[in-house]
Design a protein around this ligand. Structure first.
Ligand code: HEC
Length: 745
């Protein structure tokens, strides 16, 4: 495939971020774990006050207490008053022991306060953050990576931090987003999309230290929430679509200095390197990013996370072997980063079926014995349930033979967990009749069906199964709750002569992938018995399920819907017991907390680019004493918002990023609008996207009228843009797409 070459003019680099001296040659010396414990490396940190690369605004005095250096016990207890870590506590189970709101009274849950953050409204941003709550203050981050401290009782803003993300940042693969922040030791820790890790003063939002974790130019970004534990801040890196070398790293919470970094790809000679071809540079560009916040078991001194796919995602022809440690649950020593064990979910992945869902730790009695478990919900549609002391399956996972492709060098077997899958894993003839266009006559297949030059339509898609939206575990029901996506997806390899070469900072996927035109997208909400991995109840949705789950002692689960609803189900039987409609796609996980004996439920509802949902910027908080049954009931003036926000709202496209950066012609304006609104689904320059067809190959790009109609009205899972873009903007994007036509260069 010919690639359109665009020249981005990098105006100037953001000042104030200093180079990480380690980064240029990522451990070419071969060590899988770097340990910098005794190696004072202060150059890595620092913020220049005179040269600020951020703004802070203080709206009112900080009302709460300053977070201490939390003990392991505080961080492991189920979250009651506070919501201290991204996953609720170090176990990531998103279970709250608060029980004031129950299945009996949840119908009375009403809106207590709403806060409009005035940030991240543009279509390219996705609101995926789990708020943190500490002693009456909530911390939240938007898709624009702007952090707000909010009075958790009233919704009033306390401060906002607005980073200037790197100029020219163009290596964000899957929507501009952040999944949350961390709190501890008087600081708020933030991972930024341009691969910086920042510590803010909890009281003011001012930057205390800033560390350049890696180079976004090479495809490294941070989308996950960091984790604070034992004086360290842990973060992984995203970027699996760019040929990176993934890792988990620990930073000193006081200084921002790197303590250790453990690569998820073994260097030649390291344990696991035998799963790559000899002389391959796979260990330097083989992907295996870390998309989610890790979990920690302080008793075992172990940190757990799952790794992403191998790069190039869909081309296995040059990487014979299992390609460790991609697509694996990994356990490392939390202090030193040393390897403890791994479990690989997909060997030699060619389907981008990588585990993006956060791992969950749980303790349960099985056959009369207490077991220390870990569960990871895969894109494959299975939950992988392991013993977290050893990495051995708790219930059973069988290696079974799978169909083979010599060209793709597929693995002879794949792991099949015992139990039920939570989404369909095959496309049947009945499915074709029921769901696909009449003229569909392509090849169909199942999970692990290989592909080469002819497209094969399979399930699940690279969207999952389970994607990033976090799962939950309730120790009372002993059930694991998971959201699933159910889409049709077609894979095909490029022609022989079109091998994709690795190019630093460019997408590195290795094949063509396509959602299937005019096919439906569905989702599931599933409760699985943790002791059997079998479905107890399941809800079927007519959209993907793309939010996250909270479960409580009140025997409830809460989750968000693409149509804007936050929904509560009875945790035992799945009966719907409450819902409330927000004004945007409810695509982030809900949380709960308590202040002065009152239990609150909160969700950041701001829409999502990949899910194609309506965008917004509000946090909704509910309680049994709340006053409002709908957003319309709240007097406008009672919606908290930054003062300038109302002004901004009057201009339709308040944020000047939507305007041309290139300062010329319709095509370059169109390119900018494309980057903001279309790239996440359709990929850079119209190819390689995650949720939209290849536009370079589309017949439509030679038909301006049809293009404009498509952009205005959308179709399938593509949202309409007639209300978000002006006529001129739509025209400019159409012109840009026409310029991608293969005839032109
Ligand atoms: C949420 C993901 C998503 C976003 C965002 C998105 N699209 Fe799409 N787009 C799709 C999907 C899915 C289809 C296939 C639609 C169908 O099945 O009918 C599609 C189809 C198209 C087509 C028709 C291709 C063909 O050959 O039929 C064009 C053109 C297009 N999109 C352009 C755009 C432009 C321009 C934007 C930004 C303004 C955009 N899309 C934003 C998902 C998306």
């Amino acid at each position: 495939m010919k690639r359109w070459v665009m020249i981005f003019i990098v105006l100037f680099m953001v000042s104030g971020c200093q180079d990480n001296p380690d980064k240029d040659e990522p451990a070419e010396n071969g060590n899988q774990t770097e340990n910098n414990e005794n190696n004072a490396n202060t150059e890595q940190t620092g913020n220049k006050d005179n040269d600020k690369n951020y703004e802070t605004v203080q709206f009112k005095e900080y009302p709460g207490k300053i977070a201490p250096e939390f003990s392991a016990k505080e961080l492991t207890e189920p979250p009651s008053g506070n919501w201290l870590t991204n996953g609720g506590n170090l176990h990531n189970g998103r279970y709250s022991p608060l029980g004031k709101i129950t299945t009996e009274n949840v119908a009375d849950l009403k809106l207590e306060w709403v806060t409009s953050l005035g940030s991240g409204m543009e279509f390219k941003y996705s609101g995926e953050s789990t708020p943190i709550v500490y002693e009456g203050v909530m911390f939240n981050i938007t898709g624009a990576n702007e952090v707000s401290a909010i009075d958790a009782k009233t919704g009033e803003l306390i401060w906002q931090y607005k980073p200037k993300l790197a100029e020219g940042l163009d290596t964000v693969c899957c929507g501009w987003t952040s999944r949350g922040v961390a709190v501890g030791d008087g600081k708020v820790f933030v991972g930024l999309l341009d691969a910086r890790l920042v510590a803010l003063d909890q009281k003011t939002g001012e930057v205390l230290w800033e560390t350049q974790v890696d180079e976004w130019e090479k495809g490294y970004t941070i989308t996950s929430a960091p984790l604070y534990y034992n004086g360290k801040v842990y973060t992984g890196v995203a970027g699996g679509e760019f040929g990176i070398r993934g890792y988990m790293a620990a930073y000193d919470a006081k200084l921002g200095r790197q303590i250790w970094r453990t690569y998820t790809l073994p260097a030649p000679g390291d344990r696991g390197s035998e799963t790559w071809p000899k002389d391959s540079r796979g260990w330097l560009t083989g992907g295996a990013p870390v998309w989610q916040t890790p979990a920690v078991d302080p008793e075992l001194g172990t940190i757990y996370f799952a790794t992403g796919n191998t790069a190039p995602d869909l081309d296995g022809s040059n990487r014979k072997g299992n390609n460790l440690y991609s697509d694996s649950v990994m356990a490392l020593d939390a202090d030193t980063g040393e390897y403890k064990w791994h479990f690989q979910e997909i060997h030699h992945d060619i389907w981008d079926l990588d585990p993006a869902n956060p791992v969950v730790l749980f303790d349960v009695k099985m056959d009369g014995k207490m077991r220390k478990g870990i569960a990871q919900a895969g894109k494959t549609g299975w939950v992988y349930i392991l013993d977290r002391t050893t990495g051995e399956p708790l219930i059973g996972i069988e290696e079974k033979p799978v169909p083979q492709s010599e060209k793709q060098k597929t693995s002879p077997t794949q792991p099949f967990p015992i139990g039920d899958a939570f989404v369909p894993q095959t496309v049947t003839k009945e499915d074709v009749k029921k769901d696909l266009p009449k003229d569909f006559n392509g090849k169909i297949g199942s999970i692990f069906t290989p592909f080469w030059d002819k497209p094969v339509t399979v399930k699940p898609s690279p969207q999952g199964g389970a994607n990033w939206p976090p799962s939950a575990y309730n120790p009372n029901t002993e059930m694991f709750y998971v959201l699933g996506n159910d889409n049709y997806f077609a894979y095909a390899h490029y022609g022989e002569e079109e091998q994709e070469k690795f190019e630093q900072g460019k997408e590195y996927i290795g094949s063509v992938w396509q959602p299937v035109k005019d096919s439906p997208s569905r989702g599931t909400v599933t409760a699985l018995d943790i002791k059997t991995n079998k479905i107890v109840w399941q809800k079927n949705w007519d959209t993907i399920a793309y939010s996250g789950i909270l479960t409580t002692k009140g025997n409830l689960i809460f989750t968000g819907h693409n149509d804007g609803r936050i929904i509560a189900y009875n945790a035992t039987n799945g009966k719907k017991v409450w819902e409330f409609k927000t004004d945007a796609g409810a695509n982030a996980p809900p949380i709960t907390y308590e202040i002065d004996g009152k239990q609150y439920i909160s969700i950041f509802s701001a829409g999502n680019t990949l899910a194609g949902t309506k965008h917004g910027d509000k946090i909704y908080t509910f309680s049994l004493e709340g006053e409002y049954s709908s957003l319309e009931d709240i007097p406008r003036d009672d919606i908290n918002a930054p003062p300038e926000k109302n002004e901004e709202n009057k201009e339709k496209h308040g944020d000047d990023e939507a305007k041309s950066e290139n300062g010329g012609g319709t095509v370059s304006t169109g390119a900018d609008i494309y980057k903001g609104n279309c790239l996440a689904c359709h990929g850079a320059e119209g190819a390689g996207g995650h949720n939209g067809p290849n536009l370079q190959d589309s017949k439509m790009i030679n038909d301006k009228k049809a293009l404009i109609e498509q952009i205005k009205n959308g179709s399938g899972t593509m949202p309409p843009f007639k209300d978000t873009l002006t006529e001129e903007e739509i025209n400019a994007v159409a012109e840009y797409l026409m310029s991608l036509s293969k005839g032109e260069e």
